[in-house]
Design a protein around this ligand. Structure first.
Ligand code: 13P
Length: 236
């Protein structure tokens, strides 16, 4: 079974020209894994590509007086199949579990697959049990009145995001830790898939993908065509 590799470009690249170049380089590659690209909203509707697309966020209302927001109904007109919801960088700006739940429901109502991000811990020393307890609270809220089988979860340890090296920061082997947490989420919440996200790159991707982890949510490494192409052509 193919693993799911989702590129989260965040607020990058700086120009649409670069975005076009990046998407072209990725689409020319014969991927062995299932690939989804999540560009910023403004590029999303302009990119001409056969690659599957996802949004980095969405609002829970379909339309109305909500300045600055973009709805699932709008996104699906641009062939958006996935939406990242509840990313730790959005939660850090104040997004609540209740808002995350409303967004997950709105995505599903519009046939967009939510990629629900959960994660905890600014310190890598936190015991797995403590992490699991926090994730359980986040997931119980985010999945309230939701069919979990339609939801993809991405586990993002906050301490590993954008550090460039997920090994150094964890005193145990991160892939083992990630696998334990992903299995906990899959078994306890019966969601469709559980991905790992946090400084995954061409050097470490295989060590995550060969475990019981359904794929990767890739940030920084998804902006470098050559490196991302190495990840999506991995053979497991
Ligand atoms: P990095 O891969 O840059 O650490 O980002 C992870 C992430 O936040 C993916 O959404």
């Amino acid at each position: 079974m193919k693993k799911l590799i989702i590129a989260n470009w965040k607020m990058n690249p700086k120009s649409f020209k670069e975005a076009e170049k990046l998407v072209l380089a990725i689409s020319k590659t014969k991927a062995t894994q299932h690939v989804v690209i999540c560009p910023p909203f403004v590029y999303l509707s302009l990119l001409k590509t056969k690659l599957e697309l996802g949004a980095q966020d969405m609002f829970w209302q379909n339309n109305g007086a909500f300045t600055g927001q973009v709805s699932a109904e709008m996104l699906k007109q641009f062939k958006v199949k996935y939406a990242i919801i509840g990313h730790s960088e959005r939660r850090a700006l104040g997004e609540t579990d209740n808002e995350v739940n409303l967004k997950v429901k709105a995505a599903l109502a519009n046939k967009i697959t939510p990629v629900l991000c959960v994660g905890y811990g600014l310190s890598h020393d936190m015991a797995d049990e403590e992490v699991m307890q926090h994730l359980q609270n986040q997931l119980e809220a985010a999945l309230y009145a939701v069919d979990p089988k339609k939801v993809i979860v991405a586990y993002e340890p906050v301490w590993a995001i954008s550090t460039g090296d997920p090994y150094k920061t964890k005193n145990i082997e991160n892939p083992d830790h990630a696998e334990r947490i992903c299995m906990f989420v899959r078994i306890k919440f019966k969601v469709a898939k559980v991905l790992y996200g946090g400084s995954s790159n061409a050097l470490n991707a295989q060590s995550f993908l060969e475990r019981q982890i359904d794929g990767l949510l890739v940030g920084g490494a998804s902006l470098k065509a050559e490196e991302f192409n190495q990840i999506i052509t991995i053979k497991i």
